[in-house]
Design a protein around this ligand. Structure first.
Ligand code: UDP
Length: 484
């Protein structure tokens, strides 16, 4: 009967490790701490190339032992030529095409007696098309926003910004003023909204315009990190001219995975043999692909810095959705490996980031400023060098450097290129300089604050409990209106 079944939610993260990873973590918490059954909907086919498939499978395997069950959406394709399409456009189109499958998956769940009716459907920014499905099926829909609260605020204003100006943000010399958010130069807004002549701009405006259809928005951030931003959102100060209600805001982060107890990898064995707090971790997340020139420059800068490093290097022939493995030696400048063999390792394509960040030998993180990486670094008390490349990374950099003060900036040319001298300077400053000490100190403070937010009675703990209790109310309401 009804009483013996656990409460049930469905989680549907869109493409990319940056969405899959925090969503998997979210599923774990709901199952372990709140007694939920979770149906986890995945599009496995969006992760291609050996490394990404392996990373995908590892994440899915990490959910074993929790009450999480999987629904895998079948492969879909679009008719158009996808070659020159921005990845966010492609993903948005593929998701539109997957709508019917999601509808039938949710419908069969709703009539399956072994589960309680879904008390919530939780999805992300790129899946706004699924709001049509859940509205039809009367399932309360929540958004899990996997970027900072600041970006949510900017996105809530995007449709208005887009209608008020004709110029592409890449050509604009003004800053965007949004309540609670530090001013963001238009050029530092997410890459997909830079150019109005690209279709992806309109996809972003479209997804943004649907944000308020969510019953609530779960944020992978915490009060103590983005207090002004969260306050402005809650008080309805963000784009108040929008007559629709502002969804309830739940800052439940930082949701990052915990370090697996035993994880075998050569680079971890190498770290074991280094002095405490001596190694710079260098990694650009799951999507950044660097040019050969930039790889050379970074290599020579690391070499010149004299510091120890663990560098995850990806072939320039990879793409966002597919990693091409290649021989790293072939990518590195002549003589580099010989000169650095005693103080550095270069790992091809993908490395276990959490075990590396939590390793006592790790002292700093040269990062692309992806939001998950930023939260992971803060949670482990590791200060950063901010080297943003695309997506919302430039905006994250502003937060990390100016607002949270946990990172030093790698200065770049107007085309984003970072010279070897600058790599050397930034690495030395982080590893041995006074500015490095200051960000290290501040990162340690925020590490403590992040831990308290998640601990029983903390802000994120309470926000999670509020979300769960609100879902319970929806479930009670639907039980009252739909006869069993
Ligand atoms: N990651 C990893 N190993 C790698 C690269 C990335 O484990 O070699 C993980 C990283 O820990 C983070 C996620 O992949 O959880 C990347 O997310 P982020 O938001 O930092 O950047 P994105 O990949 O979305 O640009």
């Amino acid at each position: 009967g009804m009483g013996s079944r656990k409460p049930h939610v469905a989680i549907f993260p869109s493409a990319g490790m940056g969405h899959l990873i925090p969503s998997a973590e979210f599923a774990k918490r709901l199952s372990a701490d709140h007694g939920f059954t979770v149906t986890f909907i995945t599009c496995k086919w969006m992760f291609s190339g050996f490394r990404l498939q392996q990373a995908y499978s590892e994440r899915i395997a990490s959910l074993r032992g929790f009450d999480v069950r999987f629904v895998q959406l079948p492969h879909v394709e679009i008719e158009e030529e996808a070659q020159h399409m921005k990845v966010e456009t492609l993903v948005s189109k593929l998701l539109e095409k997957s709508k019917g499958f999601v509808e039938s998956a949710l419908t069969s769940l709703q009539i399956d007696d072994s589960f309680s009716p879904l008390s919530a459907f939780i999805t992300d920014f790129f899946c706004s098309t699924m709001f049509d499905v859940t509205a039809k099926l009367h399932i309360p829909t929540y958004l899990f926003f996997t970027s900072p609260a600041s970006l949510l605020s900017v996105m809530l204003c995007l449709p208005k910004l887009a209608s008020e100006t004709q110029v592409s943000f890449k050509d604009a010399d003004f800053s965007i003023e949004v309540a609670g958010v530090p001013p963001i130069p238009a050029k530092d807004l997410p890459t997909p909204v830079q150019d109005r002549s690209d279709e992806v701009f309109y996809w972003f405006v479209h997804h943004s315009s649907r944000l308020r259809e969510a019953t609530g928005i779960l944020l992978n951030t915490f009060e103590e990190l983005e207090s002004e931003q969260i306050k402005a959102l809650r008080e309805g100060k963000v784009n108040p001219s929008d007559p629709r209600r502002m969804p309830h805001i739940y800052p439940v982060g930082p949701l990052i995975s915990s370090s697996p107890v035993e994880y075998e990898a050569d680079c971890l064995k190498w770290l074991d043999n280094q002095a405490p707090s001596s190694v710079l971790f260098v990694s650009f997340g799951s999507g950044v692909v660097m040019s050969r020139e930039q790889i050379t420059e970074l290599a020579l800068g690391l070499d010149a810095s004299g510091h120890r490093f663990l560098w995850v290097l990806r072939s320039p022939s990879s793409t966002f959705l597919s990693i091409n493995d290649s021989d790293v030696s072939e990518l590195l400048p002549q003589g580099f490996e010989d000169r650095c063999k005693d103080r550095g390792v270069v790992v091809p394509s993908w490395a276990p980031q959490i075990p590396i960040l939590s390793h006592p030998s790790t002292r700093g993180f040269l990062s692309h400023c992806g939001w998950n990486s930023s939260l992971e670094s803060i949670s482990h008390g590791v200060p950063m060098i901010a080297w943003p490349v695309f997506a919302e990374q430039k905006m994250n950099k502003i937060l990390l450097v100016n607002d949270f003060k946990v990172a030093l900036e790698a200065k770049m040319d107007s085309d984003g290129f970072v010279k070897r001298e600058e790599v050397e300077r930034a690495v030395r400053e982080l590893m041995e300089g006074e500015a490095g000490m200051a960000v290290r100190e501040r990162t340690r403070e925020l590490k403590e604050k992040a831990a308290s937010a998640l601990a029983e009675g903390g802000s994120s703990y309470k926000a999670m409990a509020d979300a769960v209790s609100d879902w319970g109310k929806h479930a009670a309401n639907s039980a009252a209106t739909v006869p069993d």
